[in-house]
Design a protein around this ligand. Structure first.
Ligand code: CP
Ligand code: NVA
Length: 307
């Protein structure tokens, strides 16, 4: 594998499926790995808030026998007190890996280039690859295989949507993305997914109709309408995205037994109704649990002893 995990694009089709297999194995036999990262330390840099990402990386490192050190936004003040280059050059003298949640994706790229230790993208404005690994692990658990499934993503063509498209390209999963006009996923990410998935059975439909996206889907996924950093646009977005709410009516366009997915945190009553997120077909807490297992597989691949 590459030194870093900044994007799903860091994984070949083979590595993507290997990593999911490893995550499933770690989930089944956690005790086998309880010393796998003994004496290894992960620095966790957060420039945005988090529940799941912080908890699962920290708990994951502890369960693998290592340690994690949390650096809050006010601690190192990346970009104002010190830049990515110097932060990377310092951290590599003390720890074995870095996890970064930040705004601009280039900050993660610059940090990774500055340092010899692995850097893991734990969400940038462009992508959220750890989330997509957990989500595809969850899809595989609930639907048996990734090929020939249809995943509908409804809402904002954002970081989560981008990583899901790149993962679907590797899994051979068909995807339909339904967004308001002007909120489609970035063309360069669409192009990358189509390129990567040209031989896997992947197909991508972009539409401005939530119903068309959800039609016949095995899974319907949504995310918040205003991501972290877009708080000022919250009201404007709430008006634009209202027709894209995932509710029982929209779910009725999907296949019988289709699962509902969300990376969380959810804004209940906005992008999803209580009825849908609390339904037996909702797998949102499985996704949250699988962040732990998927990231343990990533940590083992990047920070473990090389086979
Ligand atoms: N899904 C996710 O990344 O959650 P947090 O923002 O709470 O880490
Ligand atoms: N798109 C959301 C995901 C949160 C996990 C954000 O960037 O805030």
């Amino acid at each position: 594998m590459n030194k870093d995990f900044l994007s799903i694009r860091d994984l070949s089709i083979y590595e993507f499926s290997q990593l999911l297999d490893r995550a499933a194995e770690v989930k089944k036999h956690p005790h086998k790995y309880r010393r796998a990262l003994e004496h290894r330390i992960l620095a966790m840099i957060f420039q945005k808030p988090s529940l799941r990402t912080r908890m699962t990386f920290e708990a994951g490192m502890l369960q693998l026998g290592g340690e994690a050190i949390y650096l809050a936004p006010s601690d190192i003040q990346m970009g104002s007190r010190e830049g990515a280059y110097d932060i990377g050059k310092n951290l590599e003298r003390w720890v074995d890996g870095i996890m970064l949640r930040t705004f601009g994706h280039q900050i993660a790229v610059d940090l990774a280039a500055s340092t010899k230790i692995p850097v893991i993208n734990a969400l940038t404005d462009l992508s959220h690859p750890c989330q997509a690994m957990a989500d595809f692990l969850t899809l595989r658990e609930h639907k048996g295989a990734l090929a020939n499934l249809k995943l509908a993503y409804v809402g904002d063509g954002n970081n989560v949507c981008h990583s899901l498209m790149l993962a679907a390209a590797r899994g051979g999963t068909k995807m339909a993305v339904g967004t308001p006009a002007g909120y489609e996923p970035k063309p360069k990410m669409v192009q990358a997914a189509r390129e990567d998935g040209k031989d896997t059975g992947f197909a991508l439909t972009l539409t401005n109709s939530a119903e068309e996206a959800a039609s016949g889907a095995d899974a319907v996924y949504t995310d918040v309408w205003a991501s972290m950093g877009q708080e000022a646009e919250k009201e404007k977005r709430a008006r634009i995205f209202a027709p894209y709410q995932v509710n029982a009516r929209l779910m009725s366009h999907a296949k019988n037994g289709a699962v509902f997915m969300h990376c969380l945190p959810a804004h209940r009553g906005d992008e999803v109704t209580d009825e849908v997120i609390d339904a037996p077909t909702s797998v949102v807490y499985d996704q949250a649990e699988n962040r732990l297992h998927a990231q343990k597989a990533i940590l083992l691949a990047l920070m473990g002893k090389k086979d």
